[in-house]
Design a protein around this ligand. Structure first.
Ligand SMILES: [Zn+2]
Length: 64
């Protein structure tokens, strides 16, 4: 059997592929714009894609 179970090479999957909470779909331009406070639910963050960030004036957490 020549079957391989190797993972795909790094770089084939966009690292910033995430759910945009504004247009309710996945986007490869989504960036973290809000960090949910710990203590209420599972935590995590809210992501927004480029068009939604421009439309709503959102600034990625990393750039704040
Ligand atoms: Zn969006």
């Amino acid at each position: 059997m020549a079957e391989t179970t190797q993972a795909p090479p790094a770089g084939t999957i966009p690292s910033n592929y995430a759910w945009c909470s504004w247009h309710k779909d996945f986007s490869d331009t989504a960036r973290l714009v809000r960090i949910h406070e710990a203590g209420s639910g599972p935590g995590g963050g809210t992501f927004a894609c480029v068009p939604c960030r421009e439309k709503h004036g959102l600034i990625p957490v990393a750039d704040q």
